[in-house]
Design a protein around this ligand. Sequence first.
Ligand SMILES: Cc1cc2nc3c(=O)[nH]c(=O)nc-3n(C[C@H](O)[C@H](O)[C@H](O)COP(=O)(O)OP(=O)(O)OC[C@H]3O[C@@H](n4cnc5c(N)ncnc54)[C@H](O)[C@@H]3O)c2cc1C
Length: 448
Amino acid sequence: MVLTVRQDSKPSNHPLWRDGIQPLNLPSLNSPIEVDVAIIGGGFSGLWSAFHLLERNPSLSIAIFEAEEIGFGASGRNGGWVSSDYPVDPVTLKERHPKADIEKFWDAMRSCVDEIGDFASTHSPEAKFRKAGSLIFARNRAQLQRIKGSLFGKKRLLGPNETQSMLKVDGAIGSLFDPDCATIAPYPLVIALTKYLLSRGVVIFEGSEATTDGEYCQVNGYRVTSRQRVIATEAYKRPSRRQIPIYSLMMATSPLTAEERGMVTDVAGLAFMEALHNVNYAQMTADGRIAIGGRGARYPYGSRLRSSKENKESVHSQISDLLEKWFPQLGQWSVTHRWGGPVAVRWNWESYLFFDPLTQTGSIGGYVGDGVTMSYLSAKALADRMLGGEKYIDMPFFENRSRKWPIEPLRFLGANALVSLVKVADHEERFTGRESFIYKGASLLIGK
Ligand SMILES: Cc1cc2nc3c(=O)[nH]c(=O)nc-3n(C[C@H](O)[C@H](O)[C@H](O)COP(=O)(O)OP(=O)(O)OC[C@H]3O[C@@H](n4cnc5c(N)ncnc54)[C@H](O)[C@@H]3O)c2cc1C
Protein backbone atom coordinates (compact mmCIF):
# COMPACT_ATOMS: atom_id res chain seq x y z
CA MET A 1 0.00 0.00 0.00
CA VAL A 2 1.32 3.50 -0.81
CA LEU A 3 1.57 5.77 2.21
CA THR A 4 0.68 9.40 1.89
CA VAL A 5 1.21 12.14 4.44
CA ARG A 6 -1.42 14.77 3.74
CA GLN A 7 -0.85 18.52 3.98
CA ASP A 8 -0.08 20.09 7.36
CA SER A 9 -2.63 22.43 8.86
CA LYS A 10 -0.33 23.83 11.60
CA PRO A 11 3.27 23.51 10.48
CA SER A 12 4.72 25.89 13.09
CA ASN A 13 5.95 25.04 16.57
CA HIS A 14 2.57 24.42 18.18
CA PRO A 15 2.15 21.73 20.86
CA LEU A 16 -1.07 19.83 20.34
CA TRP A 17 -1.78 20.04 24.07
CA ARG A 18 -2.40 23.78 23.94
CA ASP A 19 -5.40 23.42 21.62
CA GLY A 20 -8.56 24.65 23.36
CA ILE A 21 -6.75 25.53 26.63
CA GLN A 22 -6.53 29.22 27.53
CA PRO A 23 -3.17 30.44 28.87
CA LEU A 24 -3.60 32.14 32.23
CA ASN A 25 -2.03 35.55 31.44
CA LEU A 26 -0.77 36.10 34.97
CA PRO A 27 0.80 39.44 35.96
CA SER A 28 4.53 40.04 36.09
CA LEU A 29 6.20 41.21 39.29
CA ASN A 30 6.20 45.01 39.58
CA SER A 31 7.15 45.67 43.20
CA PRO A 32 9.37 44.16 45.92
CA ILE A 33 7.83 41.20 47.73
CA GLU A 34 8.51 39.07 50.81
CA VAL A 35 7.45 35.42 51.10
CA ASP A 36 8.50 32.26 52.93
CA VAL A 37 9.53 30.44 49.75
CA ALA A 38 10.45 31.81 46.30
CA ILE A 39 10.33 29.31 43.44
CA ILE A 40 12.05 29.99 40.11
CA GLY A 41 10.50 28.17 37.12
CA GLY A 42 6.87 27.55 36.25
CA GLY A 43 7.03 23.97 34.97
CA PHE A 44 6.16 20.74 36.78
CA SER A 45 9.22 20.97 39.06
CA GLY A 46 8.37 24.45 40.34
CA LEU A 47 4.62 23.87 40.53
CA TRP A 48 4.84 20.47 42.27
CA SER A 49 7.38 21.97 44.71
CA ALA A 50 4.77 24.52 45.77
CA PHE A 51 2.13 21.78 45.90
CA HIS A 52 4.18 19.52 48.20
CA LEU A 53 5.35 22.36 50.44
CA LEU A 54 1.71 23.31 50.99
CA GLU A 55 0.71 19.69 51.60
CA ARG A 56 3.26 19.63 54.41
CA ASN A 57 2.69 23.16 55.72
CA PRO A 58 -0.47 24.92 54.46
CA SER A 59 0.46 28.19 56.18
CA LEU A 60 3.56 28.85 54.02
CA SER A 61 3.53 31.90 51.77
CA ILE A 62 4.92 30.95 48.35
CA ALA A 63 5.67 32.85 45.15
CA ILE A 64 6.50 31.29 41.78
CA PHE A 65 8.39 33.28 39.11
CA GLU A 66 8.22 32.17 35.49
CA ALA A 67 10.34 33.97 32.87
CA GLU A 68 7.90 33.31 30.00
CA GLU A 69 4.50 31.83 30.75
CA ILE A 70 3.46 28.89 32.89
CA GLY A 71 4.08 25.62 30.99
CA PHE A 72 6.35 27.34 28.45
CA GLY A 73 9.09 24.69 28.90
CA ALA A 74 9.10 20.93 28.50
CA SER A 75 6.21 20.57 30.96
CA GLY A 76 3.76 22.01 28.45
CA ARG A 77 5.21 20.25 25.44
CA ASN A 78 6.15 16.68 26.38
CA GLY A 79 4.96 13.30 25.12
CA GLY A 80 2.61 12.76 28.05
CA TRP A 81 4.13 9.53 29.33
CA VAL A 82 3.64 9.46 33.12
CA SER A 83 6.01 6.57 33.61
CA SER A 84 8.08 5.03 36.37
CA ASP A 85 11.06 4.97 33.98
CA TYR A 86 14.47 6.45 34.73
CA PRO A 87 17.19 7.10 32.14
CA VAL A 88 19.67 4.79 33.89
CA ASP A 89 18.99 1.04 34.13
CA PRO A 90 18.45 -0.64 37.55
CA VAL A 91 21.71 -2.62 37.51
CA THR A 92 23.88 0.44 36.77
CA LEU A 93 21.92 2.44 39.33
CA LYS A 94 22.66 -0.15 42.04
CA GLU A 95 26.33 -0.30 41.12
CA ARG A 96 26.66 3.48 41.18
CA HIS A 97 24.77 4.00 44.44
CA PRO A 98 25.51 1.08 46.78
CA LYS A 99 24.21 3.03 49.79
CA ALA A 100 20.95 4.15 48.17
CA ASP A 101 17.69 2.26 48.66
CA ILE A 102 16.99 1.49 45.02
CA GLU A 103 13.89 -0.64 45.68
CA LYS A 104 12.35 2.17 47.71
CA PHE A 105 13.10 4.52 44.82
CA TRP A 106 11.27 2.34 42.24
CA ASP A 107 8.34 1.91 44.65
CA ALA A 108 8.18 5.68 45.09
CA MET A 109 8.23 6.21 41.31
CA ARG A 110 5.34 3.76 40.86
CA SER A 111 3.29 5.42 43.63
CA CYS A 112 3.94 8.85 42.13
CA VAL A 113 2.31 7.75 38.85
CA ASP A 114 -0.87 7.06 40.85
CA GLU A 115 -0.59 10.25 42.90
CA ILE A 116 -0.39 12.31 39.72
CA GLY A 117 -3.45 10.35 38.56
CA ASP A 118 -5.32 11.19 41.77
CA PHE A 119 -4.61 14.89 41.29
CA ALA A 120 -5.52 14.81 37.59
CA SER A 121 -8.77 12.92 38.16
CA THR A 122 -9.91 15.41 40.80
CA HIS A 123 -8.64 18.69 39.38
CA SER A 124 -7.86 18.19 35.72
CA PRO A 125 -10.23 15.97 33.74
CA GLU A 126 -8.99 17.76 30.56
CA ALA A 127 -5.57 16.15 31.13
CA LYS A 128 -7.22 12.78 30.31
CA PHE A 129 -5.06 10.75 32.70
CA ARG A 130 -5.36 7.12 31.57
CA LYS A 131 -3.29 4.37 33.15
CA ALA A 132 -3.04 1.59 30.57
CA GLY A 133 0.67 0.83 30.79
CA SER A 134 3.48 1.13 28.28
CA LEU A 135 4.61 -1.25 25.57
CA ILE A 136 8.21 -1.24 24.35
CA PHE A 137 8.20 -3.44 21.28
CA ALA A 138 11.07 -5.18 19.49
CA ARG A 139 11.26 -5.43 15.70
CA ASN A 140 14.56 -7.32 15.58
CA ARG A 141 16.47 -9.80 17.75
CA ALA A 142 18.92 -7.24 19.14
CA GLN A 143 16.00 -5.14 20.41
CA LEU A 144 14.40 -8.25 21.89
CA GLN A 145 17.59 -9.07 23.78
CA ARG A 146 17.70 -5.52 25.11
CA ILE A 147 14.15 -5.49 26.42
CA LYS A 148 14.72 -8.89 28.06
CA GLY A 149 17.58 -7.22 29.95
CA SER A 150 15.20 -4.52 31.22
CA LEU A 151 12.81 -6.96 32.87
CA PHE A 152 12.26 -6.09 36.52
CA GLY A 153 9.51 -5.15 38.96
CA LYS A 154 6.04 -5.66 37.52
CA LYS A 155 7.20 -5.54 33.88
CA ARG A 156 6.25 -8.53 31.69
CA LEU A 157 7.63 -9.89 28.45
CA LEU A 158 4.99 -10.48 25.79
CA GLY A 159 5.33 -12.76 22.77
CA PRO A 160 4.43 -11.67 19.23
CA ASN A 161 0.73 -12.60 19.49
CA GLU A 162 0.16 -10.94 22.83
CA THR A 163 2.02 -7.88 21.53
CA GLN A 164 -0.23 -7.73 18.46
CA SER A 165 -3.31 -8.00 20.67
CA MET A 166 -2.27 -4.75 22.36
CA LEU A 167 -0.67 -2.88 19.45
CA LYS A 168 -0.94 -3.86 15.81
CA VAL A 169 2.60 -2.88 14.96
CA ASP A 170 4.25 -4.27 11.87
CA GLY A 171 7.06 -6.79 12.41
CA ALA A 172 6.98 -6.86 16.24
CA ILE A 173 8.54 -10.07 17.55
CA GLY A 174 7.90 -9.33 21.23
CA SER A 175 7.52 -6.53 23.73
CA LEU A 176 7.98 -5.41 27.31
CA PHE A 177 4.79 -4.36 29.05
CA ASP A 178 4.95 -2.08 32.08
CA PRO A 179 1.62 -1.60 33.91
CA ASP A 180 3.01 1.41 35.84
CA CYS A 181 2.66 3.98 33.11
CA ALA A 182 -0.14 6.36 32.21
CA THR A 183 -0.65 8.93 29.48
CA ILE A 184 -1.84 12.51 29.81
CA ALA A 185 -2.21 15.72 27.88
CA PRO A 186 0.46 17.66 29.81
CA TYR A 187 -0.39 21.33 29.21
CA PRO A 188 -3.94 21.05 30.62
CA LEU A 189 -2.43 19.43 33.72
CA VAL A 190 0.07 22.30 34.10
CA ILE A 191 -2.75 24.84 33.86
CA ALA A 192 -5.01 22.95 36.29
CA LEU A 193 -2.17 22.63 38.78
CA THR A 194 -1.46 26.36 38.49
CA LYS A 195 -5.13 27.22 39.10
CA TYR A 196 -5.16 24.89 42.10
CA LEU A 197 -2.08 26.62 43.57
CA LEU A 198 -3.60 30.05 42.98
CA SER A 199 -6.71 28.90 44.83
CA ARG A 200 -4.46 27.85 47.74
CA GLY A 201 -2.96 31.35 47.95
CA VAL A 202 0.28 30.87 46.00
CA VAL A 203 1.22 34.03 44.08
CA ILE A 204 2.41 33.28 40.56
CA PHE A 205 4.09 35.69 38.16
CA GLU A 206 4.68 35.27 34.45
CA GLY A 207 7.11 37.35 32.38
CA SER A 208 9.26 37.41 35.50
CA GLU A 209 12.79 36.20 34.97
CA ALA A 210 14.54 35.63 38.28
CA THR A 211 18.17 35.54 39.32
CA THR A 212 19.37 34.48 42.73
CA ASP A 213 22.61 35.04 44.61
CA GLY A 214 21.80 32.45 47.24
CA GLU A 215 20.00 34.68 49.74
CA TYR A 216 17.80 36.91 47.62
CA CYS A 217 16.14 36.79 44.25
CA GLN A 218 16.06 39.65 41.82
CA VAL A 219 13.03 39.75 39.51
CA ASN A 220 12.34 42.48 36.94
CA GLY A 221 14.62 44.77 38.96
CA TYR A 222 12.74 44.15 42.27
CA ARG A 223 14.08 42.35 45.30
CA VAL A 224 12.31 39.20 46.44
CA THR A 225 13.03 38.40 50.07
CA SER A 226 12.40 34.83 51.18
CA ARG A 227 13.56 32.39 53.84
CA GLN A 228 13.98 29.62 51.27
CA ARG A 229 14.38 29.31 47.50
CA VAL A 230 13.83 26.62 44.87
CA ILE A 231 15.55 26.63 41.49
CA ALA A 232 13.49 24.64 39.00
CA THR A 233 14.64 25.91 35.61
CA GLU A 234 15.77 22.54 34.15
CA ALA A 235 17.12 22.84 30.57
CA TYR A 236 16.83 26.65 30.74
CA LYS A 237 19.65 27.01 33.27
CA ARG A 238 22.54 29.24 32.15
CA PRO A 239 24.89 27.32 29.83
CA SER A 240 27.63 25.55 31.78
CA ARG A 241 29.40 22.21 31.73
CA ARG A 242 27.04 20.80 34.37
CA GLN A 243 24.32 19.88 31.88
CA ILE A 244 23.62 20.09 28.17
CA PRO A 245 20.31 20.69 26.37
CA ILE A 246 19.21 17.88 24.05
CA TYR A 247 16.19 18.51 21.84
CA SER A 248 13.22 16.18 21.59
CA LEU A 249 10.72 16.80 18.80
CA MET A 250 7.11 15.75 18.42
CA MET A 251 4.23 15.67 15.97
CA ALA A 252 0.59 14.71 16.09
CA THR A 253 -1.68 13.30 13.41
CA SER A 254 -5.23 14.47 12.83
CA PRO A 255 -7.83 12.38 14.73
CA LEU A 256 -8.08 8.90 13.25
CA THR A 257 -11.48 7.44 12.45
CA ALA A 258 -12.79 4.72 14.78
CA GLU A 259 -11.86 2.15 12.14
CA GLU A 260 -8.30 3.51 11.82
CA ARG A 261 -7.85 3.57 15.61
CA GLY A 262 -8.83 -0.08 15.69
CA MET A 263 -6.04 -0.75 13.17
CA VAL A 264 -3.54 0.59 15.72
CA THR A 265 -4.74 -0.36 19.20
CA ASP A 266 -7.86 -1.13 21.20
CA VAL A 267 -6.12 -0.23 24.46
CA ALA A 268 -7.16 3.34 25.33
CA GLY A 269 -4.30 5.32 26.84
CA LEU A 270 -1.50 2.91 25.93
CA ALA A 271 1.98 4.46 25.69
CA PHE A 272 4.26 2.78 23.15
CA MET A 273 7.71 2.93 21.60
CA GLU A 274 10.17 0.82 19.64
CA ALA A 275 13.25 -0.46 21.50
CA LEU A 276 15.55 1.59 19.28
CA HIS A 277 18.66 3.34 20.57
CA ASN A 278 17.36 6.56 19.02
CA VAL A 279 14.79 7.63 21.63
CA ASN A 280 11.16 7.57 20.48
CA TYR A 281 7.81 7.59 22.29
CA ALA A 282 4.15 7.68 21.30
CA GLN A 283 0.62 7.59 22.59
CA MET A 284 -2.86 7.47 21.09
CA THR A 285 -4.50 10.60 22.49
CA ALA A 286 -7.99 10.62 23.97
CA ASP A 287 -9.32 12.17 20.74
CA GLY A 288 -7.71 9.44 18.63
CA ARG A 289 -4.57 11.10 17.29
CA ILE A 290 -1.16 9.53 17.37
CA ALA A 291 1.22 11.87 19.21
CA ILE A 292 4.76 10.71 18.59
CA GLY A 293 8.20 12.08 19.35
CA GLY A 294 11.87 11.35 19.15
CA ARG A 295 15.38 12.71 19.35
CA GLY A 296 17.83 13.36 16.55
CA ALA A 297 18.28 17.15 16.49
CA ARG A 298 21.91 18.23 16.79
CA TYR A 299 23.26 19.54 20.09
CA PRO A 300 23.84 23.34 19.90
CA TYR A 301 27.46 24.51 20.33
CA GLY A 302 28.17 25.94 23.78
CA SER A 303 24.89 24.46 25.17
CA ARG A 304 23.08 27.59 23.98
CA LEU A 305 19.35 27.09 23.56
CA ARG A 306 18.11 27.72 20.02
CA SER A 307 14.41 27.77 19.22
CA SER A 308 15.30 26.81 15.62
CA LYS A 309 16.21 23.37 16.99
CA GLU A 310 12.62 22.82 18.11
CA ASN A 311 11.25 22.42 14.61
CA LYS A 312 13.69 20.56 12.36
CA GLU A 313 12.14 19.15 9.23
CA SER A 314 14.71 16.33 9.01
CA VAL A 315 13.86 15.12 12.53
CA HIS A 316 10.11 15.43 12.04
CA SER A 317 10.40 13.43 8.86
CA GLN A 318 12.35 10.67 10.71
CA ILE A 319 9.49 10.57 13.22
CA SER A 320 6.99 10.34 10.36
CA ASP A 321 9.00 7.44 8.89
CA LEU A 322 8.64 5.56 12.16
CA LEU A 323 4.86 5.81 11.98
CA GLU A 324 4.89 4.59 8.39
CA LYS A 325 7.01 1.59 9.33
CA TRP A 326 4.99 0.71 12.39
CA PHE A 327 1.50 1.03 10.93
CA PRO A 328 1.61 0.56 7.11
CA GLN A 329 -2.03 -0.62 7.36
CA LEU A 330 -3.08 2.99 8.06
CA GLY A 331 -2.27 3.96 4.48
CA GLN A 332 -2.97 7.65 4.76
CA TRP A 333 -2.80 10.12 7.61
CA SER A 334 -2.03 13.77 8.06
CA VAL A 335 0.14 15.73 10.47
CA THR A 336 -1.59 18.65 12.13
CA HIS A 337 0.94 19.72 14.80
CA ARG A 338 4.72 19.80 15.10
CA TRP A 339 6.77 21.04 18.00
CA GLY A 340 9.80 20.35 20.18
CA GLY A 341 11.75 21.40 23.24
CA PRO A 342 14.93 20.90 25.24
CA VAL A 343 15.63 18.41 28.02
CA ALA A 344 18.58 18.69 30.43
CA VAL A 345 21.20 15.95 30.39
CA ARG A 346 24.06 15.66 32.88
CA TRP A 347 27.16 13.60 32.17
CA ASN A 348 25.82 10.67 34.28
CA TRP A 349 22.30 10.92 32.77
CA GLU A 350 20.74 11.07 36.25
CA SER A 351 18.45 13.47 38.08
CA TYR A 352 19.55 15.58 41.02
CA LEU A 353 18.22 17.18 44.19
CA PHE A 354 20.45 19.55 46.12
CA PHE A 355 19.55 21.52 49.21
CA ASP A 356 22.06 23.90 50.74
CA PRO A 357 21.20 24.39 54.43
CA LEU A 358 23.39 27.51 54.62
CA THR A 359 21.61 29.47 51.91
CA GLN A 360 18.35 27.47 52.30
CA THR A 361 18.27 27.03 48.53
CA GLY A 362 17.20 23.83 46.79
CA SER A 363 17.42 22.78 43.16
CA ILE A 364 15.97 19.85 41.25
CA GLY A 365 16.18 18.67 37.64
CA GLY A 366 18.35 16.72 35.18
CA TYR A 367 15.49 14.46 34.12
CA VAL A 368 16.63 13.77 30.52
CA GLY A 369 13.35 12.69 28.86
CA ASP A 370 11.71 11.12 31.91
CA GLY A 371 10.68 14.15 33.91
CA VAL A 372 6.91 14.01 34.22
CA THR A 373 6.88 11.59 37.16
CA MET A 374 10.43 12.33 38.30
CA SER A 375 9.72 16.05 38.74
CA TYR A 376 6.80 15.11 41.01
CA LEU A 377 9.01 12.82 43.14
CA SER A 378 11.93 15.29 43.22
CA ALA A 379 9.60 18.11 44.28
CA LYS A 380 8.10 15.92 47.00
CA ALA A 381 11.56 14.97 48.27
CA LEU A 382 12.75 18.58 48.15
CA ALA A 383 9.71 19.80 50.10
CA ASP A 384 10.40 17.16 52.75
CA ARG A 385 14.06 18.23 53.00
CA MET A 386 13.24 21.95 53.12
CA LEU A 387 10.93 21.32 56.04
CA GLY A 388 13.58 19.37 57.94
CA GLY A 389 12.68 15.83 56.84
CA GLU A 390 15.07 13.04 55.89
CA LYS A 391 12.63 10.65 54.28
CA TYR A 392 14.22 10.72 50.82
CA ILE A 393 17.94 11.14 51.57
CA ASP A 394 18.58 7.49 50.62
CA MET A 395 17.25 8.00 47.09
CA PRO A 396 19.81 7.86 44.26
CA PHE A 397 18.99 11.35 42.99
CA PHE A 398 19.54 12.96 46.42
CA GLU A 399 22.78 15.01 46.35
CA ASN A 400 23.62 13.17 43.12
CA ARG A 401 26.91 14.60 41.84
CA SER A 402 28.00 14.09 38.28
CA ARG A 403 31.19 14.76 36.40
CA LYS A 404 31.01 17.83 34.19
CA TRP A 405 30.69 17.53 30.42
CA PRO A 406 33.98 18.09 28.57
CA ILE A 407 34.89 21.57 27.37
CA GLU A 408 33.97 22.70 23.85
CA PRO A 409 34.56 21.67 21.12
CA LEU A 410 34.84 18.17 22.64
CA ARG A 411 31.33 18.42 24.06
CA PHE A 412 29.93 19.45 20.68
CA LEU A 413 31.80 16.69 18.86
CA GLY A 414 30.90 13.99 21.41
CA ALA A 415 27.21 14.87 21.73
CA ASN A 416 26.71 15.18 17.98
CA ALA A 417 28.68 12.03 17.25
CA LEU A 418 26.20 10.30 19.53
CA VAL A 419 23.22 11.85 17.72
CA SER A 420 24.50 10.41 14.43
CA LEU A 421 25.86 7.13 15.73
CA VAL A 422 22.67 5.97 17.50
CA LYS A 423 20.92 6.00 14.12
CA VAL A 424 23.73 3.98 12.54
CA ALA A 425 23.61 1.62 15.53
CA ASP A 426 19.89 1.02 14.92
CA HIS A 427 20.60 0.16 11.25
CA GLU A 428 23.41 -2.15 12.33
CA GLU A 429 21.07 -4.02 14.69
CA ARG A 430 18.41 -4.34 12.04
CA PHE A 431 20.88 -6.02 9.68
CA THR A 432 22.87 -8.14 12.14
CA GLY A 433 20.20 -8.89 14.76
CA ARG A 434 22.98 -8.46 17.34
CA GLU A 435 23.65 -5.75 19.91
CA SER A 436 25.41 -2.85 18.21
CA PHE A 437 29.18 -2.43 18.63
CA ILE A 438 28.82 1.11 17.39
CA TYR A 439 26.45 1.98 20.24
CA LYS A 440 28.82 0.53 22.84
CA GLY A 441 31.60 2.76 21.49
CA ALA A 442 29.34 5.80 21.19
CA SER A 443 28.12 5.55 24.79
CA LEU A 444 31.68 6.12 26.02
CA LEU A 445 31.60 9.52 24.31
CA ILE A 446 28.69 10.73 26.38
CA GLY A 447 29.08 9.22 29.82
CA LYS A 448 26.34 6.56 29.52
C1 LIG B 1 9.33 17.13 23.41
C2 LIG B 1 9.50 16.56 24.79
C3 LIG B 1 8.89 15.35 25.10
C4 LIG B 1 9.02 14.82 26.39
N1 LIG B 1 8.30 13.71 26.72
C5 LIG B 1 8.30 13.25 27.99
C6 LIG B 1 7.43 12.20 28.36
O1 LIG B 1 6.63 11.70 27.57
N2 LIG B 1 7.50 11.74 29.65
C7 LIG B 1 8.36 12.28 30.56
O2 LIG B 1 8.42 11.82 31.70
N3 LIG B 1 9.14 13.36 30.25
C8 LIG B 1 9.11 13.86 28.99
N4 LIG B 1 9.86 14.96 28.66
C9 LIG B 1 10.63 15.62 29.74
C10 LIG B 1 9.71 16.39 30.69
O3 LIG B 1 8.75 17.11 29.97
C11 LIG B 1 10.56 17.35 31.53
O4 LIG B 1 11.58 16.63 32.18
C12 LIG B 1 9.76 18.06 32.62
O5 LIG B 1 8.61 18.65 32.09
C13 LIG B 1 10.65 19.10 33.27
O6 LIG B 1 9.86 19.96 34.06
P1 LIG B 1 10.56 21.22 34.73
O7 LIG B 1 9.53 21.96 35.44
O8 LIG B 1 11.74 20.76 35.50
O9 LIG B 1 11.14 22.05 33.50
P2 LIG B 1 10.36 22.98 32.46
O10 LIG B 1 9.01 22.50 32.17
O11 LIG B 1 11.30 23.16 31.30
O12 LIG B 1 10.21 24.35 33.23
C14 LIG B 1 11.28 25.21 33.51
C15 LIG B 1 10.71 26.61 33.46
O13 LIG B 1 11.64 27.51 34.03
C16 LIG B 1 11.49 28.74 33.36
N5 LIG B 1 12.71 29.52 33.61
C17 LIG B 1 13.95 29.28 33.18
N6 LIG B 1 14.80 30.20 33.66
C18 LIG B 1 14.07 31.04 34.44
C19 LIG B 1 14.40 32.18 35.23
N7 LIG B 1 15.65 32.64 35.34
N8 LIG B 1 13.40 32.81 35.89
C20 LIG B 1 12.13 32.36 35.83
N9 LIG B 1 11.77 31.26 35.10
C21 LIG B 1 12.74 30.61 34.41
C22 LIG B 1 11.33 28.34 31.90
O14 LIG B 1 10.75 29.35 31.13
C23 LIG B 1 10.46 27.11 32.04
O15 LIG B 1 9.08 27.39 31.89
C24 LIG B 1 9.79 15.51 27.38
C25 LIG B 1 10.42 16.71 27.06
C26 LIG B 1 10.29 17.24 25.77
C27 LIG B 1 10.95 18.55 25.44
